[in-house]
Design a protein around this ligand. Sequence first.
Ligand code: FES
Length: 116
Amino acid sequence: MALVTFTNPEYRDKTVYAVAGSHTQTLLKLARENKIPIQFECEDGDCGTCLIKVSSIDKKNQRMGGPLTEKEKTILKQAGKVTAAELEAMIVDDLPCEWRLACQMIVRDEDIRVEY
Ligand code: FES
């Protein structure tokens, strides 16, 4: 069970439980199920509308690493959120990226804060 806290300056924070490990539960799906108004369009990693910033809530534990999808790499580079060198370092050292696409990020067993 993971705790996901959605936060946006225009809305009250909302924390929801997520069942991690389904391999199909994206953060966008979780947000929509819980009526979190994350913006989205394509739901397929192409438009970048669902850009979010993800951080760990648990200060003791670092966020899990995990690969970005190819579509995320493309969009995040285009948006200037990551450089090619940063992407390479993330892959080599299995580091998490603070910027993600909600429609591409699979919920994992970690407590996170999602800024949208
Ligand atoms: Fe288009 Fe996520 S909704 S990239």
